[in-house]
Design a binder for this molecule. Sequence first.
Ligand code: SAM
Length: 364
Amino acid sequence: QERSPFLDFSTSIQDNDLVLAWLTRDNTKPIRPTANGAFHTRFGSFQHNHILASKYGSQIPSSSATQTGYIHVLHPSPELWSLSLPHRTQIVYTPDASYIAQRLRIRPGTKVIEAGTGSASFTHALARTVGRKGRVWTFEFHEPRYQMAAQEIAEHGLSSVVKPTHGDVCKNGFAHSCGETLDASAVFLDLPAPWEAIPHLKTVVAKSKITRICCFSPCMEQVHRTIEALQKDQWLDIEMVEVSCKRWEAHKEMVRKPEDAIERLRDIKRKRTAGLNKRNARVEAERAAAAGREPDAEVTAAAAGSESVAPLPTDYNPWGKGKRIHEGDEGYEWKNVSKVEAELKTHTSYLTFAYLPPPMQDAE
Ligand code: SAM
C-alpha cells in the first residue's frame, strides 16, 4: 500500500519526504529534504541533512554564521497544506472545509464528487476524511490546473483515494470522462455556474442512500440560480449558510485602582526628594569640612528625615517596574476581557446545502 503523508503519520523525516517549513504565522513553505540540499530563507539557510536528522515538529536553527533565525519542520496535514500550497485559484480554507465536511456527513468510506478541483485544497481535506475506504472524484476543466492537481495527488500518495478527471461538468456531466461508475453520497460544487452542473447529478449519486450537496458561491445571484436548479431537481431542505470565522482572544486584566496610582506617584516624589536631600547634605558636608565649620543642621536633618520614610514595597507594582506578576496570580483582582483578532484567512462564500433522498423503490 502506497504511503501518504496525508493518511499515514510518521515522526521521522525520510529522504525526499514532504515537510512543511513553518517560517512565520503567514508563511509556510513545502520542502522535500534530500542529502546535502539546503533551504534558503530570509531567516537564514537550513541544511537538509539537519532536517533529515530531526523529527517532525522540531525547531531547526539556521546554519548561516551571520543569521540566528529558525524554522519549524511540520508534518503535512490538509490544514497546513491549505496554508502552504501553490495557489492556482481561490481556495477553500479550513474554517469552511471543516464545516462543509461535517454538514455533508463525510466520514471514512464516504464517496464524494467535487468540481472544480482548482488548487486541490479541499481535495486534500476530503481525501484525509474519506480515507482509503472512500473515494473522491474531482473534476477540473482547465487542463494545466488538472495536470498540476493530478501530479500533486500522485506525489502525495493519494491516487488510491482521489480520481482527478479533466472535463467540463457543466457541459458534459460527471460520468462522461471519469471512466468509473460513480455513486456519490456527497457532492461539493465550487464552480462559477453550479446550476449548470446540478442537472447532471441525478445519474451519478447513490441510489440507495441520501445524497448531500454543498455549493460554494461568492455572490447572492449565484445562490439564487443554484437554489432554483436544486428545487427543479427535487433537492430538499435547501439552506444557505455563511461561515464568518474570527479568532477571539480571552485573557485576564489586573484591576488597577486610582489609589494605587496616586500612592505610586507619591512614592516617586518621595524618592526624588530623598535623593535631592541626600545630595544637598553631601555637598553641605564637603563645604563645611573645607570651611572648617559644622554642616548646616537643617540640611542634615532633611536628609535623615527622608531616609526614615519607608519606600513602597517593591513586590507589588501594578503600574510599573516591580515583582513580575503572572496573569491570574492569586492575591490580586482580575477582570476577564476579550479581544477580536483580524479576520482569519478564508475566502468567504455562501454555502448552499440541500439533500436528495434515494429514489423510491418500486413496491413488490
Ligand atoms: N475548491 C478548490 C480548492 O479548494 O482549491 C478551488 C476551486 S476554484 C475556485 C474553481 C475551479 O473550477 C477552477 O479551477 C475552474 O477552472 C474550475 N471550473 C470552472 N467551471 C468548471 C466546469 N464547468 N467544469 C470543471 N471545472 C470547472
